[in-house]
Design a protein around this ligand. Structure first.
Ligand SMILES: Nc1nc2c(ncn2[C@@H]2O[C@H](COP(=O)(O)OP(=O)(O)OP(=O)(O)O)[C@@H](O)[C@H]2O)c(=O)[nH]1
Ligand SMILES: [Mg+2]
Length: 201
């Protein structure tokens, strides 16, 4: 008979571990945001995708390990993600309109409890910007706070650390049920909102 020796696990260097998946239209800046946030790197010509990056931060006094997954080419695996970030480019109306399609896609393939965020990237390109605050308000009202919206610039590192701090504390609050979640608490399901508000299913 074999004796199984109990293996001591090394102490974890974090209290929470969250998987964050990025999605959104091509060239919206997904890879740039991940590189900027995890390694403070910026490449004007970002080629290809990175698989994933790890970043450990401290949120409300707790160590949080974030694993940031870039959008793979082909099939996206939503299962297992705690947080999904949809990125659009504020100089591309098409990428903004497609946020709706991405929400529908997430709704079909992820779990209801996943926290959703929308990033308006390239906010440094003020003169080329086509997506206005009015467009953003219309979208967020339509979806009744199904997601939080943030303006960022990967190029200038604008609002990136601050945004991920909020996301981590939302997630912790959600787990610990200290505060209400960014998802609606009313009886209408997320799925109902998306079906009602997305013209393309
Ligand atoms: N001005 C400006 N350009 C940006 C910003 N973020 C990304 N870009 C540029 O936008 C282009 C696309 O960025 P990527 O990070 O490759 O975008 P992506 O979403 O990963 O693209 P795909 O992987 O092809 O879907 C690159 O030329 C970046 O340099 C930003 O905040 N400001
Ligand atoms: Mg990329």
């Amino acid at each position: 008979m074999k004796h199984h020796q109990k293996v001591e696990q090394p102490p974890k260097d974090y209290e929470y571990f969250f998987k964050i998946l990025f999605c959104g239209d091509i060239k919206s800046g997904k890879t740039s945001i991940i590189k900027r946030y995890s390694e403070d790197q910026w490449d004007e010509e970002n080629e290809g995708i990175i698989d994933n990056k790890i970043k450990i931060i401290h949120s409300i006094g707790k160590a949080v390990k974030l694993q940031l997954f870039d959008q793979p080419k082909g099939v996206i695996y939503y299962r297992g993600a705690h947080i999904i970030i949809i990125v659009y480019d504020c100089t591309s109306m098409e990428s903004f309109k497609n946020v709706c399609l991405w929400l529908g896609e997430i709704e079909r393939y992820s779990t209801e409890s996943v926290l959703k965020y929308v990033f308006c990237n390239k906010c440094d390109l003020v003169n080329e910007r086509v997506v206005t605050q009015t467009h953003i308000e219309e979208l967020t009202q339509k979806f009744q706070n199904l997601f939080k919206h943030f303006e960022v610039s990967a190029k200038y590192f604008t609002n990136i650390n601050e945004t991920f701090d909020i996301i981590a504390s939302d997630m912790i609050a959600n787990l610990e049920k200290i505060n209400p979640t960014p998802n609606p608490t009313n009886t209408t399901t997320n799925s109902d909102h998306i079906k009602k508000n997305c013209s393309v299913q």
